[in-house]
Design a protein around this ligand. Structure first.
Ligand code: TYM
Length: 330
């Protein structure tokens, strides 16, 4: 199949911290599988322009952006087989975001849960935080991507992007296809404290490239079924975050064994977590080895090439958009 005929996939991740288990099981591991499969044309973007909507340290942002690129490559987002790039290296993202802002109602933006969560109780809320989902629509539409692999916290933003497409196309002609979210089997990993989803900002996460000792120490204390106080109490796998992670990492036979051992009170929670840790080791050890072997120069070159490839597509879309909207002198 030629690249032309393949469906296009786009997704992004903020360089606001290390890749945690939620990012990985909710999104990045799916990206790596898709890159491996080569069934679609994959674009993955480190969204640094999204990360500046809240206070940040510029030198730290640059360091994190490059570190995240290395980690993504180590996770299997192989730049030789997909387009991996940094959002702000392709200026067309911010240009399209402005055009899309003119067809996005403020009322819809006020309804975004992420905006409500991130702005709640803050003294200073930037206009950038408010229009964040518009930039996200631009990320997707710039490449006319139809598939967006994300965790469930991003689904509302993708719904908004779909509505933006309808409004834009209605006004200016049939330019953009409607994108759809693609969820992994674990679209929502809860935090280790059991309080809401695992998130960089809540300090309830385990990082994928954390040393094994601290990884295990955190996993060992992770919140499970609150009703299970003793090993002899039968557990409820369907309300347990550890079971959710087994579903992502274990074979069918392991998942079944975990379920039976939990509901039958054969295993305690630590026994169950040890089996889960084996699953993490199996997948993460090779990623750690690959990460060690990656040098900074190769990562930087991959990002330059990725941005060139992305820019070529982006420029073509913007030419079309500017034409349809009657913008410019030429
Ligand atoms: P970000 O950087 O917060 O997260 C990156 C990806 O990880 C997923 N994720 C989770 N999945 C399951 N359980 C969790 N606890 C968990 N935490 C995070 C997120 O859903 C996401 O898929 N706005 C986006 C970045 C973005 C984007 C885009 C995504 C910008 N432009 C265009 C798709 C398309 C964000 O902040 O993700």
């Amino acid at each position: 199949m030629s690249t032309q005929a393949k469906k296009r996939v786009l997704s992004g991740i903020q360089p606001s911290g290390e890749i945690h288990v939620g990012n990985w099981l909710g999104a990045v591991r799916t990206w790596a599988k898709q890159v491996e499969d080569q069934a679609e044309d994959n674009l993955y973007c480190i969204v640094d322009a999204h990360a500046i909507t809240v206070p940040y340290e510029p030198a730290e942002l640059k360091r994190r952006t490059l570190g995240l690129a290395r980690d993504l490559i180590a996770c299997g987002v192989d730049p030789a087989r997909c387009t991996l790039f940094v959002q702000s290296d392709v200026r067309e993202h911010t240009e399209l975001a402005w055009y899309l802002a003119t067809v996005t109602p403020m009322g819809d933006l006020f309804r975004m849960t992420q905006f409500k969560d991130k702005s709640d109780g803050k003294e200073f809320v930037s206009a950038g935080l408010f229009t964040y989902p518009v930039l996200m629509s631009a990320d997707i539409l710039l490449y006319k991507a139809t598939i967006v692999p994300v965790g469930d916290d991003q689904v509302q933003h993708i719904e908004l992007a779909r509505e933006t497409v309808r409004r834009f196309n209605h006004r200016y002609g049939d330019i953009f296809p409607e994108p759809e979210a693609r969820l992994s089997v674990t679209p929502r990993i809860m935090g280790l404290d059991g309080e809401g989803k695992m998130s960089k900002s809540k300090g309830n996460s385990i990082d994928v490239f954390e040393p094994r000792d601290s990884f295990w120490n955190k996993l060992r204390t992770a919140f499970t079924d609150p009703q299970r106080l003793r090993k002899s109490d039968p557990g409820r796998p369907d309300v347990c975050n550890v079971f959710t992670m087994h579903k992502a990492l274990g074979s069918e036979a392991t998942v079944l064994e975990v379920r039976e051992s939990c509901t039958g009170a054969k295993w305690g929670c630590v026994d169950c977590k040890k089996v889960l840790m084996d699953g993490f080791d199996r997948e993460l050890v090779p990623l750690r080895t690959r990460r060690e072997a990656l040098d900074e120069g190769a990562v930087a070159r991959a990002l330059t090439e990725g941005a060139d490839k992305a820019r070529a597509i982006a420029a073509e879309t913007l030419r079309e958009v500017r034409g349809a909207m009657g913008l410019g002198s030429a």
